[in-house]
Design a protein around this ligand. Structure first.
Ligand code: GRF
Length: 222
């Protein structure tokens, strides 16, 4: 008699760390997406640069391992801080990193060793409004569209090949808070989507740009 063996195909999920410094709502959007075992990435670690970051509690409540690597402990020695980060990442065999409200600038040393495996989300339609206070600046400039961008990190701040963008309208009645809330909703959609594309190996970096399944990135309108 021929015995049939059932061979189950297991999805090999990419091991992801999320780096935070604060509230952690994007981190939670990624954690929620990865609860589905068909999602191609699992969140194995959350590291905060600030022991008081609210996101740490949310990650722990979701049973995700958390670590604090406090930048203050390293004074001005940014590479020493990053070596401590790297140590935590190595311990858990992390394959991809998502920055999610991580308020430290990373050195070229760190960025280069994670090239093509280090993602960031920025609350603006890059290359517009790099840096801080993006919502106030968008309102002050009177632009009609704003949004969020997920991109690969390169040594230059808020630059690097764009993986996903989502645009939102700016309404005449908007305040900084209402605009921030609309953008944040878009962020929570595109970050899990972008990580999925990367984890599934669909994203190819060609020079300054990404191709997804061989096609250029398009901005979504929400
Ligand atoms: C988000 O607006 C993100 O785009 C920016 O920092 C903020 C972090 O928010 N990089 P949260 O901690 O994810 O809630």
């Amino acid at each position: 008699m021929v015995r049939k063996h059932l061979v189950r195909k297991h999805l090999v999920r990419k091991r992801v760390a999320i780096l935070i410094s604060g509230r952690g709502s994007n981190m939670m959007a990624l954690i929620e997406a990865a609860k589905d075992e068909r999602y191609p990435a699992e969140i194995v670690l959350v590291i905060s640069s600030d022991p008081a970051a609210e996101g740490l509690k949310h990650a722990a409540a979701a049973n995700i391992r958390t670590e604090v690597v406090e930048h203050r402990m390293f004074g001005r020695d940014r590479e020493a801080f990053e070596r401590a980060l790297q140590h935590e990442l190595d311990q858990l065999g992390v394959e991809l990193i998502c920055l999610a409200g991580f308020m430290r600038l990373l050195t070229p040393w760190f960025v280069r060793q994670w090239e093509g495996r280090l993602l960031n989300i920025h609350p603006a339609l890059l290359p517009a409004f790099k840096g801080l206070n993006t919502h106030a600046r968008a309102l002050a400039e009177g632009v009609k569209k704003h949004g969020a961008t997920v991109h690969f990190v390169v040594p230059e701040m808020d630059s690097g090949p764009i993986i996903a963008q989502s645009a939102v309208p700016i309404l005449n009645s908007d305040t900084e808070a209402t605009l921030a809330a609309r953008v944040l909703e878009a962020e929570h959609q595109i970050y899990p989507w972008a990580l999925r594309q990367v984890a599934e190996g669909r994203v190819k970096i060609e020079g300054e740009h990404c191709l997804i399944d061989g096609r250029p990135v398009t901005t979504k309108n929400s």
